[in-house]
Design a binder for this molecule. Sequence first.
Ligand code: CP
Ligand code: NVA
Length: 300
Amino acid sequence: MKKDLLTIKELTKEEVFSLFEDAKELKTNPGAHRQDLKGKILAMIFEKPSLRTRVTFEAGIYQLGGVGIYLAPQDIQLGKREAVEDVARNLSRWVDGIMIRTFGQDIVEKIASEASVPVINALTDLYHPCQILADLFTIWERGHKLEEFTLAYVGDGNNIAHSLIWGAAKTGLHLRIATPEGFEPKREILEEALSQGADIKLFHNPVEAVKGADAIYTDVWASMGQEAERETRKKIFMPFQVNMELFSKAKPSAYFMHCLPAHRGEEVTDEVLDHPRSIVLDQAENRLHIQKAIMRRLMG
Ligand code: CP
Ligand code: NVA
């Protein structure tokens, strides 16, 4: 693997599946890996809130024998108190890896290019690679072949949608994306993935998109940083709500997936989120295992 994990785009198909094998081993035999990153330190930069990402990275590095240092938005004030490149150069003198959650993908790229230690993207406005690796691992560990699996993503063409696009391109997953007009994923990302042979189709009708799907995936309608748009987006996105009616249009065996946090009653109803075929908590658990696999690969 390269020094950093900034997008799924830069991974090969073999690297993706070998991370899945490693995550499976780490999940099955956690006790055998308590020293794998003994004494290693991960700096964890957060410019946005988090439950899952913070806890899974911090618990994960600890379980591998290392330690995480949580840096809250007010701590470093990236680019305000100190230039982004200076933060990267300083951290490189003290720690063995940097995890960052921020706004622009360019910030993550700048940190990666200036840091001598590995950098892991823990969500930007553009991508959320650790999430989608955990999600695809969740499908794979249930015995499904991704190249025979159709996932319908319904909602905003956001960071989750963009990472799903690269996840599909790398694994052969068949991807359907339904968004309101004007909220499609970025054209250049889609076109690049299609040119690499990905099977991805865009829809503006959620019912058409989920027909025959093996899973329906949704995410919040207003992402972190878009809070002011929440009310206007609610009106636009309501026809894209994943409720029992839409869920019943997919295969009878279809899973419901969500990266969480969920806004109950907006993009998903309680009935679907709490449904026996909802696998959202497996996705959340697998963040831990896949990120341990990523850290071990990059920091080991
Ligand atoms: N899915 C996810 O990244 O959750 P958090 O925002 O709570 O970290
Ligand atoms: N699209 C969401 C994902 C949260 C994990 C956001 O960026 O807020």
